[in-house]
Design a protein around this ligand. Sequence first.
Ligand SMILES: CC(C)(COP(=O)(O)OP(=O)(O)OC[C@H]1O[C@@H](n2cnc3c(N)ncnc32)[C@H](O)[C@@H]1OP(=O)(O)O)[C@@H](O)C(=O)NCCC(=O)NCCS
Length: 148
Amino acid sequence: MVFPDLEAVLGIEQVSFVQPWTRGAFVQELIKSYAVLRVAEIGSRIAGYVIAWLIEDELHIANVAVHPEFRRRGIAERLILTVLAEDPRIRWAGLEVRRGNAAARAMYRKLGFEETGVRERYYTTEGEDAILMTLYVDAGESGNNDTL
Ligand SMILES: CC(C)(COP(=O)(O)OP(=O)(O)OC[C@H]1O[C@@H](n2cnc3c(N)ncnc32)[C@H](O)[C@@H]1OP(=O)(O)O)[C@@H](O)C(=O)NCCC(=O)NCCS
C-alpha cells in the first residue's frame, strides 16, 4: 500500500466497518516503521488490503478488508498468508475480532487461528466484545512457516 492507494482503500474501509478508520489513521500506518501494509489488486483495481504490525516475534493483524464485490474469492486469506510468510521472525499472530463478525471469525479459524480470549465490551460504542484469536507459526528448517 502506498499513498496513491488511499482513496480506494478508504472506499473499501467505509463500506466494510461500522466504525471505519479515518484517512489520518491510514496515513499514520503508512509512516510507521513496524507496520506492514499490503493491497490485493485485480487488474488495476484495489480489491482489498491488510495492515499488520510486526512487534518482535508477533504479527498483530490490525485491519483487513475486501471490497464487497470481490469477497469469497480467497483474497483476504491470501493477504494474511502473504504477510505471515514474509518475515521469518514471526512466531505467532494475534488479533481482535468482534464477537458478531461471523465471516471474519470463520476466515481466521480456516487459517488455523484459535480463539484464545475475550475482551468484554472492547468496542465501546456498541459495547460489543472482542474475541482474541491466536495462531502459532511452526517454522521449518528453512525458517519459513512450512505449515502455512
Ligand atoms: C472478513 C473479510 C475480510 C473476508 O474477506 P474475503 O476475501 O471474502 O475472505 P476469503 O474469500 O479469503 O474467505 C476465506 C474463508 O473465510 C470464511 N469466510 C469468509 N467470508 C465468510 C462469510 N461471509 N461467511 C462464512 N465464512 C466466511 C470461509 O471459510 C472462507 O473460505 P471458503 O470461501 O473456502 O469457504 C471480508 O468479509 C470483509 O472485508 N469484511 C468486512 C471487514 C471485516 O470484517 N474485516 C475483518 C476485521 S477483524
